[in-house]
Design a binder for this molecule. Structure first.
Ligand code: NAD
Length: 372
């Protein structure tokens, strides 16, 4: 399928394995070592499988531009710059977040297993993507985790009551592993919607939900161009809306400071605005071994609560009460079976980025042959 054909259709639907191989080919062509290309592909395709297209393969064009600008450093690794036992400070030096956060979690998991807990500051990583991915890495090791993240120097969100952009979409994530079951993973941007979801809406030419955006004068708007066109300077709102926006705004501010200040990285302000295509994340993670608590009944208590929660009477039109992580799980199953949809604009941009890296037409055609 050519770009022109893709553009006529509204989307392509690609089998996960073919998409993974394509992403590996792109980053190998760009200069990544094979392990790096694989970790990036694991992360991006996993984000699409989980239904978070805002953090999936659609990020590749921006990563490629940041790479060309020398702002995203290929083949860089996480460096422990301070080891204080249960507290680690880790420098990512603008290396791929998909690599440096993975390595940071490996350090944190090892430390939490030996000491019961590890607090870890990761600084100056290039985009660490879907934060749930890191919580799932901890959960696979049987560990509970919390993650506070800032999008350093990229203000897109107005604080509660404000009009001007002051902080990033600063995600928060918490996860609880369960024996033999998928972990509970709560993972969200503290903005009303993730910026990447506004980008996807802009590319598709559709409106964003009400209450997510304001224009440059603070008026509510559903036009994604308020954030992504060159001429408008609107802002995202913090989650919580008119009644509870103070909670989203407050959590975003705490993410900014816990991640940006405590990691030794930086917080967002006029002097630190990142004006390139790079996305810089800092993260403060707390990783805890549940086996270190005197809580032999923790699984029973957690599952008994889940049963009680799900047994509620439901509002009209609601089929099931969901737990954190269940929506992603259902989407993962569906997309593993039926493929990953990528809107035509994003696909054309990804193919352009692939060509820019030196991927051949034959490799592009091989991926597109697996589209449905
Ligand atoms: N790296 C970065 O700079 C950055 C910045 C912002 C966001 N992100 C990522 O963007 C992704 C998308 O964020 P988002 O704000 O659009 O997520 P979202 O609004 O879709 O919320 C997702 C969370 O809500 C849970 N959930 C959904 N429906 C539920 C229900 N009915 N009951 C209970 N829980 C429910 C999901 O399981 C998930 O944990 C996240 O993975 C986040 O980490 C990354």
């Amino acid at each position: 399928m050519s770009n022109a054909t893709a553009a006529k259709n509204s989307e392509v639907v690609i089998e996960a394995r073919a998409l993974h191989a394509f992403v590996v080919a792109i980053w190998c062509a760009a200069g990544s070592e094979a392990r790096e290309a694989t970790l990036v592909a694991d992360h991006l395709v996993e984000a699409n499988l989980a239904g978070h297209d805002s953090h999936g393969v659609g990020m590749i064009p921006r990563y490629m531009l940041a790479c060309r600008e020398g702002e995203l450093k290929l083949n860089a690794h996480a460096q422990v710059v301070r080891d204080a036992g249960a507290v680690l400070t880790i420098e990512a030096a603008r290396g791929f977040g998909q690599v440096t956060a993975f390595e940071a979690m490996e350090h944190g998991i090892e430390r939490a297993k030996s000491l019961g807990v590890c607090a870890l500051g990761l600084r100056n990583a290039h985009h660490i993507g879907r934060i749930g991915h890191w919580a799932e890495q901890c959960a696979r090791a049987g560990l509970v985790s919390f993650h506070f993240v800032n999008v350093a120097g990229d203000p897109l969100v107005a604080p509660f009551g404000g009009i001007d952009r002051r902080f990033g979409t600063n995600p928060f994530c918490a996860a609880f592993p369960l024996e033999g079951r998928t972990p509970l993973v709560l993972d969200f941007a503290t903005s009303a919607i993730a910026a990447g979801k506004v980008r996807v809406a802009y590319n598709k030419g559709v409106d964003v939900p009400a209450d997510a955006l304001i224009d440059s004068d603070g008026r509510p708007t559903r036009d994604p161009g308020a954030l992504f066109s060159d001429t408008q300077h609107g802002a995202l709102r913090a989650f919580g809306g008119a009644v509870a926006g103070h909670k989203g705004s407050g959590l975003a501010a705490m993410c900014e400071i816990l991640a940006g200040a405590l990691s030794g990285g930086f917080t967002t302000r006029e002097q630190t605005i990142v004006s390139t295509h790079a996305i810089v994340n800092c993260m403060m993670s707390v990783i805890v071994d549940p086996a270190a608590f005197d809580a032999p009944s923790r699984e029973y208590e957690a599952l008994a609560f889940v049963e009680w929660l799900k047994a509620t009477r439901r509002a009209a039109g609601v089929d099931e009460i969901l737990l954190p992580g269940e929506r992603e799980d259902a989407t993962r199953r569906a997309r593993e079976a039926h493929g990953i949809p990528v809107d035509a604009t994003s696909w054309a941009q990804i193919v352009d980025a692939a060509r820019m890296a030196g991927v051949t037409d034959a490799q592009i055609a091989a991926c597109e042959r697996n589209s449905r």
